[in-house]
Design a protein around this ligand. Structure first.
Ligand code: GDP
Ligand code: IMO
Ligand code: MG
Length: 401
C-alpha cells in the first residue's frame, strides 16, 4: 500500500499531525521534496516535536523514516533534530537518507536573504532557509549531493569551483563548510545508495509526507509566490527517482485559511476579524515564528487544489478553532473583471479575485448539527468525501467519519 498526505492550501494545514496519526498503518514515512522550510508540529500526550526535515512518523510504533533524493538537506538542522528527537522520545529514529539528496550550504541561505532584499516589495517572503538557491544550484548542475562527501579531494574541488562561480556571479563568499562536514560524519550511517531507497519503497507500506501545500507548488501554485519545488503530489515520482504507484491521495485542509509570506489571498480577513482567527488558531509560523495571514475557507481554490493534486479523500483540521463563533463565512465564487466565476482553471487571476461569500451558522463543537452542515456544504461543493476530521492538536484527536 502506498499513500500520500499533502496540504491543499498554502501550507500549515496540520499535515505533520495527520501523517503521524496515519503512519501507524505503514512501515515508513517518506519525505520526497522541500527542506527545512517545512515546520510540522506533532503533539503527543507528554511531549511535542517540530519536524523540519525528519519525517513525521509515529514514535513507539516502530515506523521508519526515509528522506529521498528530492529533498534539499540542511545537515546541521537534521543533526539537531535527531538530537532533540532522541532526548524527547528516548529512541533513535530508523532513518534512511538517499545519497542523491542535495545539500543546503551556508551560501544558499545568504543568497536567499540577498535575493529577498533586492526584490524589495516584490519579495516572496521566503523562510530564508536557502531552499530556492539550493534547488537552483541543483539545476545549474553545481549542487553538492551526499554522495560527493565520500571522496574528500573531489568534494573540496567542487566547493572551490562553486566558490569561484559565486564570486563572479553574486559576489558572495562561500565560507567554511567545516560544520557541514562534521554533521555529515554524524549522519553517515543513515546514508544509502538510491537502489536501497527504491527497494525499501517497493517492499514496504509507504506513506509519503508532503511539505508546504499545493498552492505553493512551483508549477501549479501562485507563482512567483511559491516555494522552490514540486510540493504537489506530482513531485513524488521525481522526488523518489522512480515511477512509484500511489493509491491513496489524502488531502489535508484547514476549516479556514492561512498563508505565510507574500502573494494573493482573496479571502484574507483584516483587522479584528483576521486577528480573532489568528488568536484562536495560534497562527504563528512553526519555522519562522511570523504571524500567519488568516482568512476564510476558499472553496474555488480548494476545488482547484483537489483537481491538480488528484486528492481522492479529504481530512479537515482545526474546525475546533472556530467553535463558538456565531457565523462562519465561506467563499463560494469570485468576481473577476466583472464576471462571477465559481471554478478556476489557473491561479493567475487570483490578484483580481473579489470573494463572494455565503454565511453559515457557527457551531458549538464537532458534534453540533451546524458543524456537520459545514462538512456537507464543503463536500457537495468540491465533490470529495471528508473521511476524517481533526479536532485538536494532539495526535490522537482525529475522528474517522
Ligand atoms: P503542517 O505544516 O501542515 O504540519 O502544520 P503546522 O504544524 O505548521 O501547523 C498546524 C498547527 O495546528 C500545529 O500547531 C498543530 O499542532 C495544530 N493542529 C493540527 N491539527 C489541529 C486541530 O485539528 N485542531 C487544533 N486546535 N490544532 C491543530
Ligand atoms: P509546511 O510544510 C507555510 C512559504 C514561505 C514563502 C514561500 C517560499 O510547514 O506547511 P521558501 O522558504 O520555501 O522559499 O518560501 O513558501 N512556505 C511555507 N508556508 N508552510 C510551509 O511549510 C512553508 N514552506 C514554505 O512562507 O511564502
Ligand atoms: Mg507548517
Amino acid at each position: 500500500m502506498k499513500s500520500v498526505i499533502f496540504g491543499l492550501q498554502w501550507g500549515d494545514e496540520g499535515k505533520g499531525k495527520v501523517t503521524t496519526y496515519f503512519s501507524k498503518d505503514y512501515d515508513y514515512v517518506v519525505r520526497y521534496s522541500g527542506g527545512s522550510n517545512a515546520g510540522h508540529t506533532v503533539e503527543y500526550t507528554d511531549f511535542k516535536l517540530i519536524h523540519h526535515l525528519l519525517p513525521s512518523f509515529y514514535v513507539k510504533k516502530n515506523v521508519g523514516a526515509i528522506i529521498s533524493n528530492g529533498v534539499v538537506l540542511d545537515l546541521e538542522q537534521l543533526v539537531e533534530e535527531i538530537e532533540e528527537f532522541k532526548s524527547k522520545t528516548g529512541t533513535y529514529p530508523k532513518l534512511y537518507i538517499s545519497e542523491l539528496a542535495h545539500v543546503v550550504l551556508p551560501h544558499h541561505k545568504k543568497l536567499d536573504e540577498k535575493l529577498e532584499q533586492i526584490k524589495g516589495k516584490n519579495a516572496v517572503g521566503t523562510t530564508k532557509r536557502g531552499i530556492g538557491p539550493a534547488y537552483a544550484d541543483k539545476v545549474h548542475r553545481i549542487g553538492i549531493r551526499l554522495s560527493d562527501f565520500k571522496n574528500k579531494d573531489k568534494f573540496y574541488e567542487k566547493i572551490k569551483n562553486i566558490s569561484k562561480l559565486y564570486k563572479n556571479l553574486y559576489n558572495i563568499e562561500v565560507e567554511s563548510i567545516e560544520n557541514v562536514l562534521t554533521s555529515y560524519e554524524k549522519l553517515k550511517s543513515h546514508i544509502v545508495p538510491h537502489g536501497e531507497i527504491i527497494n525499501l519503497i517497493n517492499k514496504n507500506k509507504i506513506l509519503f509526507e508532503s511539505t508546504q501545500g499545493v498552492l505553493l507548488d512551483i508549477d501549479v501554485g501562485t507563482y512567483p509566490y511559491v516555494t522552490g519545488a514540486n510540493c504537489n503530489t506530482t513531485g513524488i515520482q521525481n522526488g523518489v527517482g522512480f515511477p512509484v504507484k500511489t493509491e491513496n491521495y489524502i488531502g489535508v485542509f484547514k476549516a479556514y485559511l492561512t498563508r505565510v509570506g507574500n502573494g494573493p489571498f482573496p479571502t484574507e480577513a483584516f483587522g479584528k476579524e483576521g486577528e480573532e482567527i489568528r488568536k484562536r488558531g495560534h497562527e504563528f509560523g512553526a519555522t519562522t515564528g511570523r504571524p500567519r495571514r488568516c482568512g476564510w475557507l476558499d472553496l474555488p481554490l480548494l476545488k482547484y487544489a483537489i483537481t491538480v493534486s488528484g486528492a481522492t479523500e479529504l481530512v479537515m483540521t482545526k474546525g475546533d478553532i472556530l467553535n463558538g463563533m456565531e457565523k462562519i463565512k465561506v467563499c463560494v465564487a469570485y468576481k473577476i473583471d466583472g464576471n462571477i466565476v465559481d471554478r478556476i482553471s489557473s491561479v493567475d487571476d487570483l490578484e483580481k479575485a473579489e470573494p463572494i461569500y455565503e454565511t453559515l451558522d457557527g457551531w458549538e463543537n464537532h458534534t453540533s448539527k451546524e458543524f456537520n452542515e459545514y462538512l456537507s456544504f464543503i463536500e457537495s461543493y468540491v465533490k470529495r468525501k471528508i473521511t476524517h476530521i481533526s479536532v485538536g492538536p494532539k495526535v490522537e484527536e482525529i475522528i474517522k467519519l
